[in-house]
Ligand binder design. Structure first.
Ligand SMILES: *Cc1c(COP(=O)(O)O)cnc(C)c1O
Length: 450
């Protein structure tokens, strides 16, 4: 009868050539852990279900090898976005331009003048790098880049409205996704939210009467990811600015996606731009770096110098500061706008500017190479909490498969995984969001899955 005592020892396994190779690849401590783990599993399995033979040394090491491979495989990997949602928050929002990637690459490889003044040879400020580009681009007096827009809102309110009243319309108490709500973020700052108006209607007089009590600021939040239609009313930003300034209050505009270009050019609704918000008189404007700006994750705060100085000095500014890689990337992305080549160089604007005819050509090429499917009309969306309900005409490759859910799963198992969608039992793939350099891998993956 076989007993567990016949199982090879850890020492025996370690003396093999295979173990030496595993140690070279994965290091000794992890290999040892994996071998012990495999032996424990083998014992547990044997106790539950005794077999006539125990696994051989080779079998145990092969098992340890696959365990090590699974333990060390990166969990965060590139995917192919064939959903047609340009700023897909679950898929990492904006893909970056070549210049942005290059800028991030070179500063992360070595030392940089992050906080060093090369002219004077003394300590400098990390804030300068993006600030001068933001000033030129938006005309704002001052600017600050932080970790993301949620932290920008938190920082602005902490610095300017702690323990003070902040007036905000009920129509703007939004949830930005993942269960995070703007009012909750705002409350963390210690600000006292004074809600005015109703879900669908807020009037200038609502703000005016609330502003009669001592208040720090009026907060305006762009309804990024939803639309209120029908019986609605909302004052213009410049009117709100008037009310704020007459009562000696600051007006803060949380733009969310923060476009620097006019989205209306691409046949979708106009998303308020940073320049417009500043022109309307907002004292502080904050927005994300990885939504319609098309850069890396960041939060950008622009506005009046006196206010920005206060914000920059707040302790939280240190807690939410942007790192050198982000600063390099954001600055490189912003430079595209300054040099007026954003539409040519920033992937999300390239995707938005693709004409239906161009997308159709790509879908047809995919169809020809696969030898199956149909090219059908459809809609691409911007996503990422921008431009809700807006879509651009697109063409999709539609595939008929036996089990759509199983097929989607198979697509997710490809290298890189392919994310598609289904509609009426058809698999739909939108060329708009597939990066040109991923097309080869997409077709290999599709052929595999088919
Ligand atoms: C997306 C969004 C945020 C959060 O921005 P992150 O960069 O994701 O932190 C805040 N406010 C509004 C209005 C938004 O649309």
């Amino acid at each position: 009868m076989t007993t567990l005592r016949e199982l090879p020892s850890v020492g025996q396994l370690l003396r093999t050539q295979t173990a030496a190779e595993l140690i070279a690849r994965y290091g000794r401590p992890l290999t040892l852990t994996a071998i012990r783990f495999t032996l424990d599993e083998t014992r547990a399995r044997f106790k539950l279900d005794p077999q006539p033979a125990l696994p051989s040394i080779d079998m145990i090491l092969a098992q340890a090898d696959s365990t090590l491979s699974a333990w060390t495989k990166p969990t965060l990997v590139p995917v192919i976005n064939a959903t047609g949602v340009i700023l897909h928050t679950n898929l990492g929002r904006a893909p970056l331009s070549e210049a942005t990637i290059h800028a991030m690459d070179i500063v992360s490889r070595g030392y940089s003048n992050l906080e060093y003044d090369l002219e004077k040879g003394v300590r400098g400020s990390r804030l300068l790098h993006a600030e001068s580009v933001l000033q030129k681009l938006t005309g704002a007096e001052s600017a600050l880049v932080v970790n993301n827009n949620a932290s920008a809102v938190l920082l602005v309110l902490s610095a300017l409205a702690n323990k003070k009243r902040v007036i905000i319309s009920r129509s703007q108490l939004v949830e930005i996704g993942g269960g995070f709500r703007v009012p909750d973020v705002m409350k963390q700052s210690g600000a006292k939210l004074v809600e005015v108006g109703t879900t669908n209607k807020v009037r200038l007089s609502d703000y005016q009467s609330a502003a009669e009590d001592p208040t720090a600021l009026i907060m305006h939040v762009h309804p990024s990811n939803f639309k209120v239609i029908g019986f609605t009313e909302e004052p213009e930003l410049n009117e709100l600015v008037d009310v704020a300034h007459k009562a000696d209050l600051i007006l803060v505009d949380d733009l969310g996606s923060g476009a620097l270009l006019d989205t209306a050019k691409y046949g979708i609704a106009h998303e308020p731009t940073v320049q417009e918000s500043l022109a309307a008189g907002a004292d502080i404007v904050c927005f994300s770096g990885d939504k319609l700006l098309g850069g890396p994750q960041a939060g950008i705060i622009v506005g009046k110098k006196t206010l920005l100085d206060k914000i920059k000095r707040h302790p939280l500014a240190r807690a939410v500061r942007a790192d050198k890689v982000c600063l390099a990337g954001i600055t490189a992305t912003l430079l595209h706008y300054l040099k007026d080549d954003a539409e040519r160089e920033i992937p999300i604007w390239k995707m938005m500017s693709l004409t239906p005819k161009q997308v159709k050509g790509r879908a047809e090429a995919w169809k020809d190479q696969l030898g199956q499917g149909n090219v059908v009309e459809g809609e691409s969306t911007v996503g990422g909490g921008s431009l809700p309900g807006e879509s651009s005409k697109t063409y999709l490759l539609s595939l008929e498969v036996k089990s759509p859910d199983k097929f989607l799963k198979k697509l997710r198992q490809q290298h890189p995984p392919i994310i598609a969608r289904t509609e009426a039992d058809k698999i739909l793939l939108d060329p708009r969001t597939v990066l040109p350099e991923q097309e080869g891998a997409l077709l290999v993956g599709l052929k595999n899955a088919l």
